[in-house]
Design a protein around this ligand. Structure first.
Ligand SMILES: O=P(O)(O)OC[C@H]1O[C@](O)(CO)[C@@H](O)[C@@H]1O
Ligand SMILES: O=C[C@H](O)[C@H](O)COP(=O)(O)O
Length: 949
């Protein structure tokens, strides 16, 4: 008889502590079952890590799984593990059947990340039990304090449990008690207790490894040679002594009345399973932890090498109940010399959880990598180049995030990832795509309705998060055949409102008014205007031309109901505006414009999966980007400069809001720089990070050489490559995660916008003054010419006068720009129509500033930027030098039902914003164009150019 089979004759079952796809598929496991009488299999995260990460055995299965549709990394891993476990269970099924369910089990461990959460452990165990769907499965549950009650619950439900990570006899006794209590629960519910099996995995070798190290220290410190030798005698003895006493507890347990009552109902005892029985110390026998622990009604799960060794030279003799007194004496001596076994075993449980979590991290990172390889260009590729110090800081932070499970905590909506304020309430965007899928049929029906109604245009009215995402969709996807063209209006500038109206055919236009709060001034006044125009155009059918997207219960919803809007779509109140593009705020306009919402969500989900809670930081593109942006900002590189292929150019406008409004507060910020053309390294200071978003078809352009030059000059470069413009969906999610991560690195709440409110208040005060007096409060310029009036607050005025500003506006510009220093940014904030001509002139102006001052330049149109970068300009660091540009609106445009016109609202917004900048002590100057706006802006550009020289 093989020595292994002889163990069985002693009442001990040998299980194999190993599993791998090829090993099972090629029949190696079946051979061990047949030849050595192996009667079970155990696995753990470390075993799967070696099997999956360390081989290409699973690559075909990964490819096949992904061919059926992308999925999360944890799902992918589990699908592999579940197949292995099922296959192993099927190999062992004859043993299970022949022994009437006494043996023939295969164990699969619950996620080590859940080891400290009873409910999550129970839920996961139930799920695995159902997924594997084999009666000879044992779900492995850790014997941690929260794990023990989970054992009782699961046993009570008839689920086989292998309780793992047991080191202390006290804990083993609690587990044995939980098993009995679980069976009693099951019996009380009328369940069949004879159908449940359990083992208690009592770890052995790890105890010697830990205790031996302490013994060696004690021995080295002992002066008395006798004491020294007494200490040394304990080396390699404690783990076995501890196990022998655990077995004694087991024997006592089965003698108890509670157990006997259960046994009478056919219950099977929870066998002690010796785990961790591969010898770690090469000085010891390689079969030490088998030879010494042989006894009836036990299991020993051995790694393959130990199995081979025992087959070769193991001694199958009953040893477990030998020398129990000596075992007790050894433990007493250990105690006497001051080594606490309790402390060691407590520590080993903690370490055990960490070790398995570390293994799971490695495993999931490897699966994430394999997934990315299989997806190829279906997943937008991101590469980060950063100089050594920053790269080191990013990998150190990634390791800290990994060790602390921070990305899992982020996904679990744990506010302590940020500032422990109300962040948990603002994380609904994490699951936007899942929500979108649930409502897919509705979006599709809406798209069909819009198409069938024959609308030629869709005009979306909204600000910030309610408009910038849709704008990216409109610009990136372009018009879709058979569907109306999507346009956005996010301005109170009269000329802009008029130009937008002129661009659409009102009679066949569908208006989407988007506002989460429903109380934002701009969408409300824009709606008032267009609803009135619709009434004039289509009469009573005006309501059927309007769709509202708003959070439930908003004032806009009430208006929509009152005016009989065509549809009302509800937003999700746990999603802030700037994180809302994958929610109805993006999907409704997408559907109306004929964008394939299902394909859009599929694309977004590729990145949702890549950035999931299960993907460790080093393999998680969103976390990598966020850590880079956050750490670079902390090191002074706080200007995130967005570059993009022409087809993707509008994405920067959306990122601007996301990043600026999220990070720009408490004197900190990542300042987004969008639309600044790429230049040679000499144009930039050392405060930049470049993000380059390219279509693969544009990848080899001269642009690449220019980017390389920046990289060589030491600027951090993030390269993101899209195979197709439709893959922009992925970028929304990547940047949302990255922004949330960067917020955590900066130590701010990335979901509030405290300083936007400040300027809204000032604006309200001004419009109230207008309502009362019929005009805005008078202002006195600090300087005037025929073309311009110059305004600023007393503090700025004093500082600028001290620098030579006099009666000539040019002197103010000169003084103002002479305040710009390295590391600053200049923001040109124009409350004008965002016409191509004005954009062009402001671009000329910003390039002059960059060329002369070597600083980052931002261009914003008011009031649009107020809902975007405005937060950072007011709440971020005092590094902004602001030139506000206003003009008189000729002709102005009345707002139906209000005394204030569009021009007045916009003027109040500009002044309100300036007031807050001034209050915050920001370097700010306002130039008011008195002439024709376009010509006046051009002469301002010339004046700025002169002022810079
Ligand atoms: O969708 P709402 O409520 O109209 O808000 C529009 C925008 O205004 C802000 O609340 C503040 O600027 C943004 O965060 C938001 O995206
Ligand atoms: O169930 C088995 C255990 O997970 C395994 O035996 C642990 O062994 P180790 O201490 O060698 O990792």
């Amino acid at each position: 008889m093989s020595s292994l089979k002889a163990l069985h004759a002693q009442g001990q079952a040998v299980w194999l502590d190993f599993v791998a796809r090829g090993f099972v598929e090629k029949g190696d496991l079946a051979r061990l079952v047949a030849e050595d009488g192996i009667r079970g299999v155990t696995s753990n995260p470390a075993i799967f890590e070696k099997a999956i990460a360390g081989s290409d055995e699973y690559d075909d299965a990964i490819r096949a799984a992904l061919a059926q549709g992308d999925r999360s990394v944890i799902d992918l891993y589990e699908s592999l593990a579940v197949v292995d476990i099922r296959k192993a269970a099927d190999v062992l099924r004859p043993v299970f059947d022949e022994t009437g369910g006494a043996d023939g089990f295969v164990s699969l461990e619950v996620s080590p990340y859940l080891a400290l959460d009873t409910e999550a452990t129970v839920a996961e165990a139930r799920r695995l039990w159902a997924d594997v769907d084999r009666p000879n499965l044992m779900v492995k549950v850790p014997g941690t304090a929260p794990g023990v009650p989970a054992v009782r619950t699961l046993i009570g439900e008839g689920i086989n449990v292998n309780v793992t990570l047991l080191f202390a006899r006290r804990v083993y006794e609690e587990v044995a008690e939980a098993y009995i209590a679980g069976l009693e629960d099951l019996a009380a519910r009328g369940g069949d207790v004879s159908k449940v099996a359990s083992v208690a995995s009592f770890f052995v070798s790890r105890i010697d490894t830990a205790v031996d190290a302490l013994l060696a220290e004690k021995a080295a410190a002992a002066n008395d040679p006798e004491e020294k030798s007494r200490i040394e005698e304990l080396l390699g003895e404690i783990a076995i002594a501890n196990a022998k006493l655990a077995y004694r507890s087991y024997k006592l347990m089965i003698e108890g009345d509670r157990w006997k009552a259960l046994a009478a109902k056919g219950a099977r005892p929870q066998r002690l399973l010796w785990a961790s029985t591969g010898t770690k110390n090469k000085a010891y026998s390689d079969v030490l932890y088998v030879d010494e622990l042989i006894g009836p009604d036990t299991v020993n799960t051995v790694p393959p090498a130990t199995l081979d060794a025992f087959r070769d030279h193991g001694t199958p003799a009953a040893t477990l109940e030998r020398s129990v007194d000596e075992a007790e004496a050894a433990l007493a001596t250990l105690d006497r010399i001051g080594i606490s076994l309790d402390a060691v075993t407590d520590q080993l449980v903690t370490e055990g959880v960490t070790l398995f979590a570390d293994a799971a991290d490695k495993l999931l990172a490897a699966v994430a990598l394999k997934r990315a390889t299989v997806l190829g260009d279906r997943m937008n590729r991101q590469t980060i180049a950063a100089e050594a110090d920053l790269a080191k800081a990013v990998s150190a932070a990634a390791e800290t995030w990994r060790a602390n499970g921070t990305i899992r905590r982020l996904w679990a909506k744990d506010a302590s990832v940020w500032t422990n304020a109300d962040e948990a309430k603002w994380l609904g965007w994490l699951t936007s795509t899942a929500d979108g899928r649930q409502k897919l049929a509705d979006y599709q029906a809406f798209a069909a309705d819009v198409k069938a109604a024959g609308f030629t245009d869709v005009l979306l009215l909204g600000m910030g998060g309610s408009s910038l995402g849709p704008e990216v969709l409109a610009e990136t996807f372009g018009p879709q055949p058979g569907f109306p063209k999507l346009r956005i209006l996010d301005s109170t500038d009269p000329a802009q409102v008029r130009a937008t109206e002129a661009a659409v055919t009102l009679a066949t236009t569908l208006i989407i008014v988007s506002s989460k709060s429903g109380s934002t001034t701009e969408p409300n006044v824009m709606l008032a205007y267009f609803f009135d125009r619709l009434k004039q155009t289509v009469g009573d059918r005006a309501g059927s031309h309007v769709v509202a997207v708003t959070d439930p219960g908003s004032s806009l919803e009430k208006v929509a109901q009152r005016d009989g809007f065509r549809r009302i779509f509800h937003g999700e109140p746990t999603i802030g505006g700037r994180y809302s593009v994958l929610s109805p705020f993006g999907l409704v306009p997408a559907a109306a414009a004929g964008i394939d919402v299902a394909a859009f969500l599929d694309s977004a989900d590729v990145m949702v999966h890549a950035c999931g809670p299960d993907v460790p930081p080093a393999a998680n593109p969103g976390v990598q980007l966020g850590l880079l942006l956050g750490l670079a900002a902390r090191a002074g590189r706080d200007k995130m400069t967005m570059l993009a292929s022409p087809a993707l150019a509008d994405f920067g406008a959306w990122t601007e809001q996301l990043v600026a409004e999220s990070t720009g507060k408490n004197g900190k910020a990542i300042i987004p720089v969008d639309g600044e053309p790429l230049a040679s390294p000499s144009h930039y200071g050392s405060d930049r990070v470049f993000v380059d978003l390219r279509l693969v078809s544009d990848a080899a352009s001269p642009h690449d050489a220019e980017i390389r030059a920046l990289e060589q000059a030491g600027h951090p470069i993030v390269r993101i490559v899209l195979r197709d413009r439709a893959e922009i969906a992925q970028e929304f999610f990547r940047f949302e995660i990255a922004t949330a991560v960067a917020g955590a690195v900066l130590g701010i709440n990335p979901f509030d916008q405290p300083d936007v409110e400040a300027s809204k208040i000032k604006t309200r005060e001004l419009t109230a003054a207008f309502e009362a007096a019929g005009r805005l409060p008078a202002e006195t310029p600090v300087a005037s010419s025929g073309s311009f009036d110059v305004f600023t607050d007393p503090k700025n005025a004093e500082a600028l006068r001290a620098m030579g500003a006099d009666a000539d506006p040019a002197s103010w510009l000169k003084a103002h720009f002479s305040r710009v220093k390295p590391g600053d940014y200049v923001a040109l904030l124009a409350y004008l129509c965002r016409s191509p001509a004005h954009v062009g002139t402001l671009q000329t102006m910003r390039l002059a500033v960059r060329a002369r001052r070597k600083v980052a330049t931002c261009v914003g149109f008011g009031p649009r930027f107020l809902h975007s970068t405005g937060q950072a300009y007011k709440g971020g660091p005092d590094t902004g030098v602001v030139l506000q540009i206003t003009a008189d609106d000729h002709p102005d445009l009345p707002i139906p039902g209000q005394s204030a016109s569009f021009g007045i609202v916009k003027a109040a917004q500009a002044r309100g914003d300036f007031g807050v900048l001034a209050e915050r002590g920001r370097r700010a100057l306002r130039i008011h164009i008195k002439t024709d706006v376009t010509a006046g802006l051009a002469s301002l550009a010339a004046a700025v150019d002169k002022a810079l020289s």
